[in-house]
Design a protein around this ligand. Structure first.
Ligand code: NPW
Ligand code: K
Length: 212
């Protein structure tokens, strides 16, 4: 157990060392991340599981989200994936998660109105990889998430919150709970990030190696 609080760069360094030097495949880390979020959802929000929508961006945060959708689907939850990312920019891990989700026949849509029927929303748009202000369709999706009465579980970071400063980058998801991976993040503890994150759960058994 550690109370280490890290920046995006530190987290990327630890992830990279764990994957490239130690040799734990990134897909293993992604599955462990997804299992942690699934467990938190099933244990903390059993009464909000009627209609779950996973909002997935095109990077690895979105890949986590699609894995979470699969794990909830396997657990018998009615879950739909709302894809808001750019299909031309999907990460390798995200593409594999998509392929697996298709085999499981998990419903997918690009229609934001599905958010109005959601009892629980998993925010997997952007994690530590957000690098510019959120605009256009991405901002519309975040604002639509915030306009619902659903429980909102953010994956790693509330989308739109700067991992290092806690500042809102244009607009940001207001989460009920944020499940963050390996270590707490600076941006979950200062400025608006503190409020937008809601209850912060650190999934600290990821196996990520904290090398200097
Ligand atoms: N590394 C690991 O081993 C592990 C990582 N894990 C997970 O991966 C996450 C990090 O993944 P990541 O590095 O792919 O970044 P991520 O947060 O998905 O964002 C990049 C994407 O967002 C996009 N984008 C960014 N800003 C944008 C904007 N304003 N407006 C619009 N688009 C914007 C950007 O688009 P592009 O710049 O390509 O156009 C790209 O598609 C991390 O938080 C954790 O959840 C876990 O699985 C555990 C193991
Ligand atoms: K997120």
């Amino acid at each position: 157990m550690t109370d280490k609080i890290v920046t995006a760069e530190e987290m990327r360094h630890y992830d990279s060392y764990t994957i490239n030097t130690i040799g734990i495949p990134s897909f293993v880390l992604m599955e462990r991340a997804a299992l942690a979020v699934r467990d938190e959802i099933l244990h903390a929000f059993p009464i909000a599981l009627k209609d779950v929508v996973v909002v997935a961006g095109s990077g690895n945060n979105g890949g986590d989200g699609i894995a979470i959708a699969r794990l909830l689907h396997i657990a018998g939850v009615n879950v739909t994936i709302l894809n808001i990312g750019n299909p031309k920019h999907t990460s390798a891990e995200h593409q594999i998660q998509e392929k697996i989700a298709h085999y499981y026949q998990i419903p997918e849509t690009a229609d934001l109105t599905i958010l109005n029927t959601a009892t629980l929303i998993v925010d997997a748009m952007f994690g530590i990889g957000i690098d510019r202000p959120v605009k256009g369709a991405y901002a519309d999706a975040i604002n639509a998430i915030n306009d619902t009465d659903a429980v909102i579980v953010a994956v790693d970071m509330p989308s739109g919150i700067n991992t290092d400063t806690g500042e809102v980058m244009g607009t940001a998801v207001r989460a009920t709970t944020t499940v963050t991976f390996a270590y707490n993040k600076v941006g979950l503890n200062k400025n608006d990030g503190k409020d937008y994150a809601g209850n912060v759960v650190v999934a600290n058994d990821m196996g990520t190696y904290a090398v200097d």
